[in-house]
Write a protein that binds this ligand. Structure first.
Ligand code: FES
Length: 244
């Protein structure tokens, strides 16, 4: 018996594998077994739905209780601490008396049936590793692409909990509206870039311009004036430490 209205299964990021895709079959099985419970996946940082976005969804759906648990099979205490911190931040932002009860589950590796899980995979034999798989080198990856600007969008934990998903989506739309592709402006999602208190943080190179508090409503202006017009918006540049 699951005593929660929603269960959110998390992964640190969607780089490499998007939990929304990888966990979908398992979450569908769980949803069929527990029809009163909503099962969703979420990431701490990355392009997929973040844990705070999914918690917002749970509130909109009227959930009174939410269980958040890691889908990682090995415990990662540092990552668990990040999730606790981001969820605590989200709870503080909720109007008084409106937040659901949020509980954080233990590690899958501590579960009694973890050995069964490992054994189940092992007895199915796996697939043979081969020396004929694609090489690590490829002609298409021999040159640095000829883009004129490189935009780094921080999708670390704090920026992701403070508007970076909306900033990222607005950037995609604004670049499309200006017909700027990867060959013009290369956008890279990054982990924490350090000035978390200035979230959401976006850096533009080779200009070396770091925007602070670049919320979604400011993105089109940055694209028009800076990435197209070549003029950084000085008033939105974050405070930088001086070199000793
Ligand atoms: S999470 Fe973005 S600067 Fe730290």
């Amino acid at each position: 018996m699951i005593e929660a209205d929603w269960v959110i299964v998390t992964a640190p990021t969607d780089r490499g594998a998007d939990p929304a895709v990888v966990l979908e079959p398992a979450l569908a099985v769980l949803a069929a077994r527990h029809q009163a419970v909503t099962f969703r996946s979420a990431v701490l940082g990355g392009g997929s739905s973040t844990v705070t976005e999914v918690l917002d969804d749970a509130v909109r759906a009227g959930a009174a209780s939410v269980m958040v648990l890691s889908g990682q099979t090995l415990a990662d205490r540092r990552m668990d601490a990040w999730f606790r911190r981001v969820i605590g931040h989200w709870l503080r932002q909720q109007p008084a008396g409106t937040a659901p009860e949020v509980r954080i589950g233990g590690s899958l590796a501590d579960a009694e049936r973890y050995a069964d899980l490992v054994e189940d995979v092992a007895v199915h034999g796996g697939a043979a590793a081969r020396d004929t798989t694609a090489p690590l080198a490829c002609r298409a990856w021999e040159q640095i692409p000829a883009f004129s600007r490189h935009v780094l969008v921080c999708r670390g934990p704090r920026c992701s909990a403070n508007g970076a998903p909306e900033t990222q989506a607005a950037l995609t739309d604004a670049l499309e509206a200006q017909a700027l592709g990867d060959d013009d402006v290369l956008v890279t999602l990054t982990g924490c870039l350090f000035p978390c208190s200035q979230a959401p943080v976006v850096a533009v190179y080779p200009d070396g311009v770091w925007y602070a508090g670049l919320t979604a409503d400011r993105v089109a202006t940055v694209v028009e004036q800076h990435l197209v017009g070549g003029e950084p918006i000085r008033g939105w540049i974050g405070e930088r430490a001086s070199r000793p």
